[in-house]
Design a protein. Structure first.
Ligand code: FES
Length: 126
């Protein structure tokens, strides 16, 4: 049912945790299953220099959070914003159709964290 890559990220998730002085935090939830995902980013010179996640959710949600943090690490804000829901699922070599919404959560949480970062930046500049 799951690709080897999904199983691998689920068993050995990368970048788990919290960044206390994060520059951006994004939390999204899925009202259907009740799962919740938070992504924290630390940004330096417009680049994501650190990223961590906390996920209360199913195995696929944990695997996709882990994958999205690896994909976004080191990227510029603009590049990270281009990571789509599909990219995450593709990088994991696909997800069962009933689990596609779990990968949506990961891309959405990343985008929410970036929006939060941009908002804070704009507030600082005014
Ligand atoms: Fe809810 Fe996967 S079942 S995120």
């Amino acid at each position: 049912m799951y690709s080897e890559k999904v199983m691998e990220h689920f068993s050995n998730p990368r970048n788990v945790g919290e960044i206390e002085d994060a520059d951006g935090v994004g939390t999204v939830g899925n009202p259907v299953c009740g799962d919740l995902m938070t992504i924290y980013i630390k940004v330096k010179d417009n680049r994501i220099e650190d990223i961590k996640f906390k996920t209360f959710g199913c195995g696929a949600a944990i695997a996709t959070s882990s994958m999205v943090t690896e994909m976004a690490m080191g990227k510029t804000i603009e590049e990270a914003l281009e990571i789509t829901r599909n990219d995450v699922a593709n990088e994991l070599e696909g997800l069962p159709p009933v689990k596609m919404h779990c990968s949506n959560l990961a891309a959405d949480a990343l985008h929410a964290a970036i929006e939060d970062y941009k908002k804070k930046l704009a507030e600082k500049e005014t």
